[in-house]
Write a protein that binds this ligand. Structure first.
Ligand code: FES
Length: 351
């Protein structure tokens, strides 16, 4: 049931985007379509049914007494339990996909999209979905007798998620009229808005709007607020995608780790290791007063001491700072400074 309703939601958003000039303005290529539309059908018709079948087979074989144990319980109690646990798990799964290298490679294609749109949320490697705890949770909760709360929860969640990826951002009207600001200030503290999620897809923090290392929530923004990764901006990035994206073939993005990139410099290639580009000398650079810079904190950038986005798949985040004066400064290149981004001579102890 939920698959049919979700197709309906996609058709609804798709028609609106098409009416708004989707086909005239999009630069999507064949690979993008395969990942977005192909990814959706693979998930709905193959991966999800397979995982549900697995849980049902295991459940009826080993835990038959527990089947439908929740049926007859209060609907609202089941619904709230299902949706909160689901969204909390997805927050951490999504966040982990930005902080751990293997998961990042399964999620990376989601961030390679240089345009937003109604299909974007289905752009991930197939294995990303197989490992996603939420699909197992859907199957388990259904097995236990919570099919209705699951179906309704999934539909509401998809309305929010597809909407937050769409180019037709419903929240724009709230930023246009000042008197609506208090309303959106409350809404965005609970639900994920398009502006909140578009910021997560923006290319760089240097634009003052994007935060590719934050805003991880899916349905509710409460987890980002609790765990300190929320950033609320009533604006949208202009540049989406990954910096220095080598744009490998879509088969690599979708079938990783079973298909790998041939270019040894590509992080999706066999035996790829992030380069350690730290040095035990500070970098002397000339900065311009008032200009903002992104300092590399991970030690993997090929453009030291500045960030080149190599930190994706690690827990490190670049440090945004503004130059207070024009002139030469010593920026830390050993990444051990306590006065980052400036050198505090910590490198001397490390030599
Ligand atoms: S490359 Fe971005 S923090 Fe190192």
């Amino acid at each position: 049931m939920d698959v049919f309703v979700i197709i309906g939601i996609l058709i609804f958003y798709g028609c609106l985007e098409i009416g708004n000039g989707y086909f005239e303005s999009t630069n999507r290529n064949f690979g993008d379509w395969m990942q977005e539309a192909g990814g959706f059908f693979a998930l709905s018709l193959l991966i999800k049914p397979l995982l549900v079948f697995t849980v049902y087979t295991l459940g009826t074989t080993f835990f038959a007494d527990y089947q439908y144990i929740l049926s007859g319980q209060n609907f609202w109690l089941l619904f709230i339990t299902y949706i909160l646990i689901d969204d909390l798990m997805q927050y951490w799964y999504h966040r982990s996909a930005h902080e751990y290298e293997f998961l990042w490679k399964l999620h990376r294609s989601h961030h390679q999209a240089e345009e937003m749109g109604f299909f974007i949320s289905y752009r991930n490697a197939g294995l990303y979905y197989i490992l996603m705890p939420n699909i197992w949770w859907v199957a388990l909760f259904t097995f236990l007798g919570g099919a209705l709360p699951v179906a309704i929860g999934l539909i509401l969640k998809q309305i929010i998620i597809i909407g937050s990826h769409s180019t037709l951002s419903w929240d724009k009207v709230f930023y246009k009229y000042k008197f609506l600001t208090p309303v959106i200030n409350v809404l965005e503290r609970i639900f994920i808005t398009p502006a909140f999620h578009h910021a997560h897809h923006g290319k760089t923090k240097l634009d003052g709007i994007s935060d590719p290392n934050g805003n991880f929530g899916n349905m509710f923004s409460i987890w980002d607020q609790i765990f300190g990764t929320a950033q609320f901006n009533h604006a949208f990035p202009t540049d989406y995608g990954l910096e220095n994206d080598p744009k490998e073939n879509w088969t690599v993005s979708y079938f990783y780790p079973f298909v790998k990139a041939k270019d040894p410099e590509n992080e999706m290639s066999k035996n790829y290791k992030k380069p350690d580009t730290r040095t035990f000398e500070p970098a002397e650079v000339t900065l311009e007063k008032g200009k903002q810079y992104l300092y590399c904190a991970c030690g993997n950038s090929k453009n030291q001491p500045f960030c080149d986005s190599s930190h994706h798949g690690t827990k490190f985040k670049p440090v945004l700072f503004e130059a207070k004066r024009t002139g030469k400064v010593r920026l830390c290149n050993c990444k051990a400074t306590k006065t980052g981004p400036f050198c505090d001579d910590s490198h001397i102890e490390l030599r």
